[in-house]
Design a binder for this molecule. Structure first.
Ligand SMILES: NC(=O)C1=CN([C@@H]2O[C@H](COP(=O)(O)OP(=O)(O)OC[C@H]3O[C@@H](n4cnc5c(N)ncnc54)[C@H](O)[C@@H]3O)[C@@H](O)[C@H]2O)C=CC1
Ligand SMILES: C[C@H](CCCC(C)(C)O)[C@H]1CC[C@H]2[C@@H]3[C@H](O)CC4=CC(=O)CC[C@]4(C)[C@H]3CC[C@]12C
Length: 409
């Protein structure tokens, strides 16, 4: 099953596995009066029968997915949380009615993945190496993001697990190496997805593998049903880069210096809504396999369209920081020079230490290119509505920022 339409497909200049057809013309879902959330609640009288596995379940997004499943998936019997590094917070979840099983493991190790998948009904694969700062080698990024995903797919096939949800990324589409804007586009918007950086290349390859696996026969003979969710820049409780900006601002005496024009628009989405979308997709894949199998969905909510820096100020402002300048304080050519110097320094210092600042040519290009989405595909296909309003998402993020150490309030 291919993507709906033939638009922003993520087929770029990375090396792709064998082709996947782009089928179209799928029927639009009719959800009736009850949205899936309320259907789920109505299901609560049903037996707790399902086993879910969340890879990367101790990461920023993964933790929210884990907590959301426990709150909003009444059919859950066992929740397996698989991660390279297990969080201590998992312990408190083990006292509830659902069996929470913590599995310390590595997605690059096929046998560890296979053991974790055995007996699971649904796999939500969020584990990944999110590195656009040059901390890890391209080979490691590829190993974790591409080979790790291949291992998850094979484990599903071998074990008879039928439902696989993959956390992809907007980066599969863009911004591309030409810096072309993607302004409020949707899953079908034509866009040349051309990448060179290892992170978007790896996410695009992995997404392709997941979509191609849709329809493969799993053990027992039934077809695997897969789909991919593409979050834009996620924010919310646990967002490390937001904390990094906060500390940078504190070091600069409570100020951040505008580097990017306010007119460059960035898509952002609240982590609770991204988690909610994963839970809904996982639930609905079973009932709407023909419609949703092999599909991609951007993750979206009611967060406002703003530049990366102006958006961050929605949270950093109430924590006592201010953004200086209505225009970038440094000309773009100078920023690019600094970014290039950073990349050179990183390369020179590599034998001695890891130098990985936020500013490099890639992050500058991403921050400086409009990329925002406007779509309702998730609502049409599986009745998604954001669980958290913008006001609530903002309040929760501010609360988390202020509760952290070093808050100025
Ligand atoms: N943070 C963002 O803005 C966006 C993230 N994404 C995707 O969402 C997913 C989650 O990202 P975040 O939560 O932000 O990252 P994160 O780094 O907080 O979480 C990733 C988790 O995967 C685990 N992991 C890494 N390598 C592993 C391995 N070899 N085996 C097992 N577990 C491993 C890490 O320990 C971590 O807990 C990733 O796949 C990422 O590509 C997509 C779009 C935007
Ligand atoms: C760190 C960048 C901002 C620095 C700009 C500077 C140095 C001038 O102040 C971030 C700008 C955009 C971010 C990325 C974007 O949100 C999309 C992403 C999707 C993912 O799948 C992973 C994370 C990221 C690449 C995200 C990373 C940080 C930025 C590049």
């Amino acid at each position: 099953m291919g993507q709906e339409g033939g638009g922003a497909s993520g087929r770029g200049r990375c090396r792709w596995p064998a082709g996947l057809g782009d089928e179209d013309g799928l029927p639009v879902a009719s959800l009736g009066a009850l949205g899936p959330w309320r259907q789920g609640m109505a299901d609560s009288a049903q037996a707790q029968e399902l086993v879910y596995l969340v890879t990367g379940g101790c990461g920023f997004l993964g933790e929210h997915v884990v907590r959301m499943l426990l709150q909003r998936e009444p059919r859950l019997r066992e929740l397996r949380v698989f991660d390279l590094h297990l969080g201590p917070w998992l312990e408190e979840l083990k006292t509830g009615p659902v069996q929470v099983t913590a599995i310390q493991g590595d997605v690059t190790q096929a046998h560890e993945v296979a053991a974790a998948v055995a007996g699971a009904h649904v796999v939500i694969h969020t584990a990944g190496l999110v590195d656009v700062f040059g901390r890890a080698s391209p080979e490691t990024i590829r190993e974790v993001n591409v080979q790790g995903t291949q291992n998850v797919i094979e484990a599903c096939v071998q074990n008879g697990t039928r439902f696989l949800v993959y956390t992809s990324s907007m980066e599969v589409v863009g911004p591309n190496i030409k810096g072309q804007p993607f302004y409020r586009g949707n899953e079908d918007t034509p866009y040349e997805a051309a990448h060179r950086h290892p992170y978007p290349c790896s996410k695009a390859l992995a997404e392709r593998l997941v979509l191609e696996a849709n329809g493969r026969k799993v053990r027992g003979g039934l077809p695997l049903v897969t789909c991919a969710l593409r979050p834009t820049g996620i924010y919310g409780e646990g967002h490390q880069i937001m904390k990094d900006f906060y500390h940078q601002g504190l070091r600069l005496g409570g100020r951040l210096l505008r580097a990017i024009p306010a007119s460059v628009e960035h898509g952002r989405v609240y982590v609770g809504n991204v988690a909610w979308m994963h839970v809904l997709v996982a639930r609905e894949l079973e009932h709407r396999a023909a419609l949703m199998g092999g599909q991609v969905y951007f993750c979206y909510d009611h967060s406002p369209y703003k530049s990366y820096e102006d958006f961050n100020m929605e949270f950093l402002g109430p924590c006592g920081l201010r953004l200086v300048g209505t225009h970038p304080l440094l000309p773009y050519w100078l920023l690019l020079l600094l970014a290039t110097l950073n990349a050179l320094l990183q390369w020179l210092l590599r034998p001695l230490l890891l130098y990985a600042p936020l500013l490099n040519p890639y992050t500058l290009a991403v921050a400086n290119t409009t990329f925002s989405v406007s779509t309702d595909k998730a609502r049409r296909h599986f009745g998604y509505e954001p669980l958290f309003s913008w006001e609530e998402s903002r309040a929760r993020t501010i609360h988390w920022m202020q509760a952290g150490e070093g808050s100025t309030q």
